[in-house]
Every structure is written in C-alpha cells, then in structure tokens.
Write a protein of this length. Structure first.
Length: 158
C-alpha cells in the first residue's frame, strides 16, 4: 500500500493544492518526497495531512485499498452472515480457506484464531461437541489480552 500516492490521489481528486494540504506541516519538497515514496512523514504530520484532506484514517485506508474493505473485516462479515443464516456449506468453505491461510502463514495468529472460531461455529451449527483444542487456543488468547476492543463487525460463537 503506497500511502504517498494515495494522499496525492485524494488531494488531486478533491482539488486541494499542495500548499493547502501541507499548511506549514511539512515542506513542499518533503511532501513531494513522501508522494514519490522516498521518505515517510512523522505520524503527526501524516495525520495532519489527512485532517487537511478532511479524511479520517479509516476512510483513508479504505480509499488506499481501492475502495475495498479490509480482508479481516470482510471475512468476519462472511462468518457472521454464514452463522446467522446457518449456512453450513458456506461456513465449511470459509473454514477451508482460513485453514489454508493458517497453514501457509503459521506465524500469523489472526489466521489461527479465525480457524479456531470457524471450527467452533461449525461444531455448533452441526450440533457436534465443541473442539477442545480450538476452545483452548481462543481461551488462552483472550485471557492474555490486556485490552479488548469492539470491532465494527462483531460476531459471537453460539
């Protein structure tokens, strides 16, 4: 994801001048180096650029992904929908995809946790006993969390 190019595209599409966007935050040459991928501004400068574009960080990420949702939010919505509609074949498909990603990316805990969640949901949808290993992995993770946050697309295990 090229943040500099995304900032430049948003600026041009909104017809905002470089001077308006930088507004004494960074120099014009620093802005151009950022847009060309040669440097990165400080977090404060970057957030000020977004503020001057009248774009939230979440909106910026959405735009920079080509107006596509974040993969994990997208998969969470699919899991939620398959659970609500009790669509076992779809949940099996989602589970197979996530399991493949978890196997290919063994250091990515998010895939492991999604695999455990989909395993437990499938167990529940199919009226099977819950997989004890999946329960253990998720419980250990949740108990070690210092902070829990609410996502925009929550789902629960029934």
């Amino acid at each position: 994801m090229d943040f500099g190019k995304a900032i430049s595209n948003i600026r041009r599409n909104k017809h905002i001048s470089i001077q308006q966007i930088t507004n004494n935050t960074i120099t014009k040459s620093s802005y151009n180096r950022f847009v060309n991928g040669e440097t990165q501004p400080s977090v404060n400068s970057f957030l000020t650029l977004l503020q001057n574009l009248h774009v939230s960080f979440e909106e910026f990420l959405y735009i920079s992904r080509g107006y596509k949702p974040d993969y994990f939010n997208e998969i969470a919505m699919q899991i939620r929908d398959a659970t609500i509609t009790r669509n076992i074949p779809l949940m099996q498909e989602i589970h197979a995809t996530i399991s493949t990603y978890a196997q290919q990316n063994p250091n990515n805990q998010t895939y492991l946790h999604l695999k455990c969640v989909t395993t437990l949901i499938l167990n529940s949808l199919q009226n099977e006993p819950l997989d004890q290993e999946s329960k253990k992995i998720l419980l250990n993770y949740l108990l070690k969390c210092d902070v829990w946050t609410l996502t925009s697309t929550p789902f629960s295990i029934v």
